[in-house]
Design a protein around this ligand. Structure first.
Ligand code: MG
Ligand code: MG
Length: 253
C-alpha cells in the first residue's frame, strides 16, 4: 500500500530528516584518520537524543547501532566498531535514520578521509550526482522507472556499477514503506508519482562489478570483487512544485 502524506506530515518528516542531516554532519566532521567508527556512532546518537529524536536503526531487526558506517569496499550496513579505525585515503559511507514525533527520516553520505585517490573521488562524486539526477525525477506524473533509469544512465555512463541487491523505499510512519525504489529501470514504467509521496532514494554505486557478499555478522554488505563502493541518500517528497529534499530544503507546503 502506498501511503501519501499530508502537508502537516511532510513538515514533521522535514524535521525528522533535519535531525538526520545534523547527525550526519556531526559524524562527517569527526571522521578523520585514527578515529573509530564507534566514536562516530556515539557522537551521532548523542546529537539525535539531545535534539529530542530517537535513533531509528538501533534495534531495527537487531541492528546494534545508530549509524551504518561502511568504509571502502563495504557498500551498506557496516556496523560501527572500536576495531574499525579510519585511515588516510579511506572513503566512508554514513547512513542514519531518526524517528521524531512518529515519523522517520533516512539519509546517507559518503565522505573522504584525508586525501583520497582520483578513483575514489570520481566514484563519490558520481554517486552524489546519481542522487541529484534521481531526485529531479520526483515530479507529479513521472514514474518510478524514471528514478532508476536516471541513476543507471549516469553511473553506467561513468563506467561504474549499480548495486541491485539493495534498493530505496517509501518512508513515513515506517522506515521502509512501499514502493521499493530500484536504482535501475525503464523510463516511464511503474508507479506514477502524486503529491504527498515520499521516497528514500539511495544509489549504491561500485567501482567494479555490482555483485554483493554479506559478512558472517549478517549485516556488512561488501563488493564481491573488493573494489570501492559509495552511497548517498535523501528522503524526498513529491510536491506540486516538484521534489522537496526533506531536512535539507525549507519550504512551507
Ligand atoms: Mg539510509
Ligand atoms: Mg534508506
Amino acid at each position: 500500500m502506498i501511503v501519501l502524506k499530508s502537508p502537516a506530515e511532510l513538515e514533521t518528516m522535514h524535521r525528522a530528516n533535519a535531525l538526520v542531516h545534523g547527525a550526519l554532519a556531526v559524524a562527517a566532521e569527526a571522521a578523520a584518520p585514527g578515529v573509530s567508527t564507534l566514536e562516530l556512532d556515539r557522537l551521532a546518537e548523542d546529537y539525535i537524543r539531545s535534539h529530542g529524536g530517537v535513533p531509528a536503526f538501533k534495534g531495527y531487526r537487531g541492528f546494534p547501532a545508530t549509524l551504518c558506517t561502511s568504509p571502502n569496499d563495504v557498500i551498506v550496513h557496516g556496523i560501527p566498531s572500536r576495531d574499525v579505525v579510519l585511515a588516510e585515503g579511506d572513503i566512508l559511507s554514513i547512513d542514519c535514520g531518526v524517528v521524531l514525533d512518529g515519523f522517520y527520516g533516512d539519509a546517507a553520505i559518503t565522505v573522504p578521509i584525508g586525501a583520497i585517490s582520483d578513483t575514489a573521488r570520481r566514484l563519490t562524486e558520481t554517486t552524489r550526482r546519481c542522487l541529484e539526477e534521481a531526485v529531479a525525477q520526483l515530479r507529479p506524473g513521472n514514474h518510478l522507472g524514471d528514478v532508476g533509469a536516471a541513476v543507471q544512465r549516469y553511473a553506467e555512463g561513468a563506467g561504474f556499477g549499480v548495486v541491485r541487491d539493495f534498493v530505496g523505499h517509501g518512508i513515513g510512519k515506517a522506515l521502509h514503506e512501499e514502493p521499493q525504489v530500484p536504482n535501475y529501470g525503464e523510463p516511464g514504467q511503474g508507479l506514477a508519482f502524486k503529491p504527498g509521496l515520499v521516497l528514500a532514494i539511495e544509489p549504491m554505486i561500485t567501482e567494479g562489478s555490482w555483485g554483493v557478499r554479506v559478512d558472517r555478522d549478517g549485516w556488512t554488505a561488501r563488493t564481491e570483487d573488493g573494489k570501492l563502493a559509495a552511497h548517498f541518500e535523501y528522503s524526498v517528497a513529491v510536491t506540486p512544485d516538484g521534489p522537496w529534499i526533506l531536512g535539507v530544503e525549507s519550504r512551507s507546503s
